[in-house]
Write a protein that binds this ligand. Structure first.
Ligand SMILES: Cc1cc2nc3c(=O)[nH]c(=O)nc-3n(C[C@H](O)[C@H](O)[C@H](O)COP(=O)(O)OP(=O)(O)OC[C@H]3O[C@@H](n4cnc5c(N)ncnc54)[C@H](O)[C@@H]3O)c2cc1C
Length: 272
């Protein structure tokens, strides 16, 4: 789903996500990697080789690198889904650059929404922070920073009913409903940023490894995975599934490299 990546080192003009991955895949193939497209449904991590139940059958694995990522939470409106990549985004760090001098909105009431809004002040001319409740969950310090910023306006008690611009294929605004009195209004904007969190793709590992309260994989030594605080031999995790802080292509690639080196070391040490 990653569209234009402007900040991956070595691509001064930016690169499309699929092109970047295609190149990485070709490079891995040159070093002998095999590829198999399959959905992982369940795992047994209590045995080694681990047993992976996939849509392509059972796969045994002496080592496993979990890189299943984290999916952004969306509002679920059809108009929002239709405009992802055309003005609707879940990542200000990635896409803020495209909104230089434009008016945008951020949805959410927690620290992620505050961070997105503050980051966007570098580019956008105005940011409206939309929240469906009267109060904010965000930490006091983040909220204070947001409230003090002249480019950010807060609007509470509002929900988005529709993102406007589906026919034009670019965000033109949002239709809002005031949850207190039902009044509807239009907010003209060029970009809508979702700041309502991410969901790590770890359901299939739940109960077998240590996850944090939001389901991200807890790692030690950068990429080693634990069960009840003890390292599970041969099991590694990298990228967004274990990183709630940075969530960038380059940081995912960096930790992926660490996991690959650890996996190689593990196999060598065990005589494989
Ligand atoms: C629209 C958009 C724009 C972005 N722009 C930028 C940018 O400009 N710069 C930047 O640095 N970052 C950007 N990002 C973030 C960047 O894409 C991520 O940080 C990066 O892709 C994380 O890599 P990852 O390998 O950890 O996870 P992902 O790239 O999310 O890959 C996880 C993979 O695991 C697969 N998977 C999940 N569950 C299963 C399962 N059960 N079985 C099999 N496969 C499974 C998924 O299908 C997916 O292919 C953007 C993200 C989005 C959505």
């Amino acid at each position: 789903m990653t569209t234009q990546v402007e900040n991956f080192p070595g691509w001064p003009e930016g690169v499309q996500g699929p092109e970047l991955i295609d190149n990485m895949k070709k490079q891995a193939a040159r070093f002998g990697a095999d590829f198999q497209l399959a959905h992982l449904n369940a795992v047994d991590l209590n045995v080694n080789p681990f047993r992976l139940q996939t849509s392509a059958g059972e796969i045994p694995a002496r080592t496993l690198i979990v890189a299943s990522g984290a999916s952004a939470r969306w509002l679920g409106l059809p108009s929002e889904q239709a405009l992802i990549g055309h003005g609707v985004s879940s990542c200000a760090t990635c896409d803020g650059f495209f909104f230089r001098g434009k008016e945008v909105a951020v949805v959410g009431g927690g620290d992620s929404a505050m961070e997105e809004a503050l980051f966007l002040t570098r580019f956008a001319s105005k940011i409206t922070l939309l929240h469906r409740r009267p109060g904010f969950r965000a930490s006091k310090i983040m909220l204070e920073r947001v409230m003090a910023h002249t480019k950010i306006e807060l609007r509470t008690n509002v929900v988005i009913e529709e993102v406007l611009g589906v026919e034009e294929k670019e965000v033109k605004g949002v239709r809002l409903r005031d949850v207190a009195n039902g009044t509807k209004s239009i907010l003209p904007i060029s970009g809508l940023f979702l700041g309502i969190g991410h969901e790590p793709n770890t359901k299939m590992f739940s109960g077998q490894i240590d996850l944090d309260g939001d389901g991200y994989i807890r790692t030690t030594g950068n990429v080693l995975v634990t069960r009840n605080g003890v390292v599970v031999p041969g099991l590694f995790a990298c990228g967004d599934v274990q990183d709630r802080r940075y969530r960038q292509a380059i940081t995912a690639a960096g930790s992926g490299c660490m996991a690959a080196l650890e996996a190689e070391k593990f196999l060598e040490e065990h005589g494989h």
